[in-house]
Design a protein around this ligand. Structure first.
Ligand code: SAH
Ligand code: SF4
Length: 349
């Protein structure tokens, strides 16, 4: 398996080859300018490209193909050198700003009933380079389209807190000046409720945002949807979230997926409000994206009733609209089975 380029590795290899060190900057600039593979690094002589390409990969995960949604959202399939594939999604909110949704594992062992990744089963952990490169690649692609990458969310495939060391390594790269120079506030880690990971994240001191996928206001409903709840039921999960707020001084974002007739009644909203009382929480209500499961999205009026019942109980909530659903690029639809509809632009061969 080839290591991927970084400043140190490039400079060491160039020195060994008797090449000037400015070649390292040219390679890193080409990555930022949207190069997909070594032939795109046109600032370098062909022979040098070939020589470097024999020793280092340009990206830790090789982007293979992309699907572009009618709303401008793009999903890439990224392949590891061992053949695993994961998906990375660049979400178009508005003309100039993008959010990238990145994967932390090539699959997921936790089996949430509504999630395509969970239905597809477990895969391996990604490395820190593989995690950071998804965001760096997406940032470069956003730039070639005149947009800026504003936020990174760990809401792709996998459970980030089960692979925390690599996730934190990726976060450090993204915050560094050689990476994207992003502020921690612009990076959100979403967890199924992996309780020991929440504690470890708080103790890591990384100033990122934490989002917790709750999706149920009583243990029976939540256990039905998310098997993890039998291990760490709601009370123990929220106790850990409160401790996270105390340790870090930051609030926690509660994700709540609205499923028709399952968890979207006003009584569910009132129970949820009661659970979150006295806490420093913000609720995001999420629309269900179809994944071939028996669940259905709550209709708009049920969503509005739910939001109003929360507000009446003193809990403000935002509604997160789905993006990219027509190419299965929305949350929970990532299963590594996309068919290419758009070839990546390669500026040179
Ligand atoms: N494993 C982590 C992060 C990846 S999933 C977690 O579970 O939080 C990212 C988000 O997508 C989670 O909130 C998850 O519950 C949600 N999700 C999964 N399937 C979905 C679907 N079909 N529609 C909408 N959201 C979904
Ligand atoms: Fe895994 Fe998150 Fe999907 Fe659950 S929702 S199966 S934890 S990726």
């Amino acid at each position: 398996m080839l290591a991927r380029v970084d400043r140190n590795r490039l400079e060491a290899l160039l020195a060994e080859l008797g090449q000037p060190s400015y070649r390292a900057r040219q390679v890193l600039d080409a990555r930022r300018a949207g190069a997909v593979s070594w032939p795109d690094v046109t600032a370098l002589p062909k022979a040098l490209r070939a020589r470097l390409g024999g020793e280092l990969s340009l990206w830790a995960l090789q982007p293979e193909d992309a699907q572009e949604s009618a709303d401008g959202t793009i999903k890439w399939r990224m392949r590891g050198s061992d053949g695993v594939t994961v998906e990375t999604v660049l979400i178009a909110h508005d003309r100039g700003r993008r959010t990238v949704c990145i994967s932390s594992q090539a699959g997921c062992a936790l089996g949430c009933r509504f999630c395509a990744t969970g239905l597809a089963g477990p895969g391996r952990d990604l490395s820190a380079d593989e995690i950071a490169d998804q965001a760096e690649f997406a940032a470069a692609q956003a730039a070639t389209r005149g947009a800026r990458l504003g936020n990174v969310v760990f809401m792709g495939m996998g459970e980030p807190l089960q692979n925390l060391e690599a996730v934190l390594g990726g976060v450090r790269t993204l915050r560094s000046v050689d990476g994207l120079g992003l502020s921690g506030r612009r990076i959100a880690i979403s967890t199924v409720g992996w309780v020991p990971g929440i504690r470890a994240l708080a103790e890591s001191g990384e100033p990122v945002r934490l989002a917790v996928s709750l999706h149920g206001s009583d243990d029976a409903t939540r256990s039905e949807l998310m098997p993890i709840n039998t291990r760490w039921p709601i009370a123990s999960l929220l106790a850990e979230c409160r401790r996270y707020c105390d340790t870090t001084g930051r609030r926690v974002f509660i994700e709540y997926l609205l499923l028709d007739g399952v968890n979207d009644a006003p009584a569910d909203a009132r129970r949820l409000a009661e659970l979150l009382r006295d806490g420093r929480f913000h609720v995001n209500l999420i629309e269900y994206n179809p994944t071939g499961t028996p669940y259905r999205a709550s209709p708009g009026d049920a969503r509005e009733r739910f939001r109003a019942a929360l507000a009446a109980a003193g809990i403000e909530a935002s509604v997160r609209r789905s993006r990219g659903a027509d190419v299965d690029a929305a949350c929970g639809q990532l299963a590594g089975r996309s068919e290419p509809t758009l070839q990546l632009a390669s500026s040179a061969k």
